[in-house]
Ligand binder design. Structure first.
Ligand code: GTP
Ligand code: SPV
Ligand code: MN
Length: 657
């Protein structure tokens, strides 16, 4: 049995009974002794409200806050309104405590640098769990003896134990902030509401940028459900030995997603996706599970529009693993004359088919949390323009006179100045160690992006013409190829691999599988996820074409063979022409490759185009063998037969090369 819920202009979705509100919150990891059904006013809890009107909150929010307060025992409750005044107040507090370093405000209005504890610099995938009653709801049936890497599952009982060992008193001496936020435009039928409770002021200010925080949420909440997000630094006061004024508890980090309860609890880390719970935890892990139930997609994808010199606009969604070029592509400045790029989103896409069978995408976020190193006026002038004001920089370096610095800005900053590195120490060019952490980030409002699309907040979403997968593939993988069909395209996504980056805890460079660029962000069984992708292909729908790109192939000297960045428009041009049905593709065992000369290389220095499209047989024989083994081992019986068939056929084509 299911319940019909109206969700958006596009469809009525049947939600399985187990995911309905009445059945929720069974996995109550932090229920305290207090009977929360009794909580109706502030008089029922003994923590003062520092700001806001607790009694005016919807009852279910009061109960959620009360429960958390009871368990985590903060010293006060602060109900956020996201107003400029509030931002200023919190910012000033952080500055006076040494948590925020002011940049030159003439040059960088309202911009600050924040440094973290060096043990808290990236997402921690190994400590991130999906919690469901049934293990196979969360992760696939791996082959015996294989360690699954497509998500970590934990039982509700065990997670309750983990949380019981961490949460009691974890906010002692800190303020608990209540952040009401919307993923997607406030009030849009495609949007979802979350409430994040956090004891980190850095998280508050970052959430104000990354999501839409507004007191309007309280009014539209009505009988809608919301995603319950609890975040704590896990560092109750008094704390000794705080490094860089960044309290955290790296040894005890744990991040729990409860898709059945639409709940997230994150302990111990203040950084990025670990703590800005609207982002990966909600908009990908929880949302992908909601999306499966409701017949849509929540993906780790940028959304962009490109308009060719003839004025024809297309929308593209592209999935690359973390730190593999989404932000750069979403803000691409074309090196070909006459092309216009507009940005809709740089990291996450929520997509569903409308009643005309078009796939429509919205960006659920309101800001960019972008990789700083490598960003400069040449590689990404649009990002440089976007981050000029109202930006929180994390783990970048500074100059003595209040400029920011990171690797990649050497040509744009006076290098004779004194530098302070991301750990707060003196730094000089040429010395060992980087000035900025490789995963240092800027956090800027998307509305400041000079090429933000005028429809970026359109509640209907934008119509997607092409989907692109890609990763860092130093060897063997061509610049671009097109899949033969939707099914083959899903297989190409499932086979996605990339060199590891600094966005998570992995050390060294290794080629790792990252299916659909979602490995760290899956909210449910990856086999079911692939089947869901296959299921959405219906005859009355305009299925986008699926492509694969690789900007990162290296030559024998270890240099990038392709100039990348603004020149990626040349590949996008080919993709758009393919969407228009131009006959500029030829068969290969792995997909359709551009016919010679069909990629516009006008004005480029001599390039080894042949090398960029070379398919070394040995490489691909091994690649498909290894990929099949990986999916066999990791997804096992959950791997859809359609994907197995596609893999089999791909292997046969490669053997016959
Ligand atoms: P997340 O925010 O972690 O999801 O990363 P992302 O996918 O948005 O990656 P981003 O665009 O921030 O790029 C990461 C790094 O890759 C930066 O250092 C870029 O300079 C570099 N990069 C991006 N595009 C290209 C390209 O076309 N060629 C080369 N060589 N490097 C690129
Ligand atoms: C990523 O790692 O893919 C990011 C940064 O976009 S974080 O928000 O930390 O997940
Ligand atoms: Mn990302």
């Amino acid at each position: 049995m299911g319940t019909l819920i109206e969700d958006g202009p596009f469809n009525l979705a049947v939600v399985p009974e187990k995911h309905c509100l009445a059945a929720r919150l069974r996995h109550d990891s932090f229920v305290g002794e207090l009977d929360i059904s009794q909580v109706t006013t502030i008089d029922d809890i003994d923590v003062p409200v520092v700001k806001g009107d607790f009694n005016a909150l919807p009852l279910k929010v009061r109960q959620f806050v009360a429960k958390t307060v009871n368990k985590c025992t903060p010293r006060g409750i602060w109900i956020c309104d996201g107003s400029p005044l509030e931002v200023q107040e919190i910012r000033e507090k952080m500055e006076s405590r040494g948590q925020f370093h002011r940049l030159n405000q003439q040059k960088w209005p309202n911009c600050y640098v924040c440094r973290t504890d060096p043990l808290d610099v990236a997402r921690v995938e190994g400590k991130t769990y999906v919690v469901t009653d049934n293990r196979y709801e969360s992760v696939p049936h791996v082959k015996e003896g294989v360690k699954g890497i497509l998500g970590n599952w934990m039982s509700p009982e065990q997670m309750k134990q983990e949380m019981t060992g961490r949460l009691p008193g974890c906010m002692k001496g800190r303020t608990l902030y209540v952040i009401p936020f919307s993923m997607g435009p406030v009030g849009s039928p495609l949007s979802k509401i979350g409430i994040e409770l956090t004891d980190s002021n850095y998280v508050v200010l970052s959430m104000f940028v990354m999501t839409r925080v507004s007191p309007k949420i309280w009014n539209i909440l009505g009988d809608k459900d919301f995603v319950r997000c609890v975040h704590t630094l896990g560092a109750p006061r008094p704390v000794e030995n705080i490094i860089s004024h960044w309290p955290c508890n790296p040894e005890r980090i744990i991040i729990a997603q409860y898709p059945e309860d639409r709940m997230i609890i994150s302990f111990g880390s203040g950084y990025g996706g670990n703590s800005l719970l609207g982002k990966k935890c909600f908009a990908l892990r929880i949302a992908s599970s909601i999306a499966r139930d409701e017949g849509w997609l929540a993906e780790h994808m940028l959304i962009m529009s490109v308009t060719n010199p003839a004025g024809e606009e297309k929308f593209i969604a592209a999935a690359f693993p973390s730190a593999c070029g989404k932000t750069n592509m979403a803000m691409l400045e074309s090196s070909l004359p006459g092309w216009k790029v507009k940005c809709v989103g740089d990291d996450i896409a929520w997509m569903r088919f409308d009643k005309h069978g078009r796939l429509r995408a919205i960006n659920p976020e309101a800001g960019f949390f972008g990789v700083a190193p490598g960003t400069n006026r040449k590689t990404n002038p649009i990002a440089m323009e976007t981050l000029k004001s109202n930006t929180i920089f994390t783990n970048v370096a500074m100059t003595e006179d209040g400029d920011v610095f990171w690797e990649g800005l050497e040509k744009y900053v006076d290098m004779s100045k004194k530098f302070i590195d991301w750990k707060g120490r003196d730094w000089k060019i040429g010395q060992e160690g980087k000035a900025a952490h490789p995963n240092s980030r800027f956090c800027s409002p998307a509305s400041q992006c000079p090429i933000i699309h005028n429809r970026w907040e359109d509640p209907e979403g934008v119509p997607i013409d092409a989907i692109i997968f890609g990763g860092r593939r130093p060897e063997g993988v061509p610049l671009v190829y097109e899949s033969f069909s939707w099914e083959h395209g899903v297989m190409v996504g499932a086979a996605l691999k990339s060199e590891t980056t600094a966005a998570a805890e992995f050390k060294g460079k290794q080629i790792m599988h990252d299916p659909m660029a979602m490995r760290p962000f899956m909210g449910y069984n990856f086999g079911d996820y692939l089947q869901h992708w296959l299921n959405i292909n219906k005859p009355d729908r305009h299925m986008p074409k699926i492509f694969h790109v690789n900007w990162f192939r290296l030559d024998e000297q270890g240099n990038f063979m392709w100039p990348g960045f603004g020149d990626n428009i040349r590949v996008i041009d080919w993709i758009c022409r393919r969407c228009n049905g131009e006959e500029i593709a030829q068969l290969s065992p792995i997909g359709l490759l551009p016919t010679p000369g069909s990629i516009n290389t006008d004005g480029l220095d001599k390039l080894d185009m042949e090398g960029l499209f070379d398919l070394p047989k040995d490489y691909w024989v091994e690649d498909i063998r290894e990929t099949r083994q990986f999916l066999d081992d990791q997804v096992g019986e959950d791997l859809p037969t359609t994907i197995q068939k596609e893999l089999q056929q791909q292997q046969e084509r490669i053997s016959a090369m």
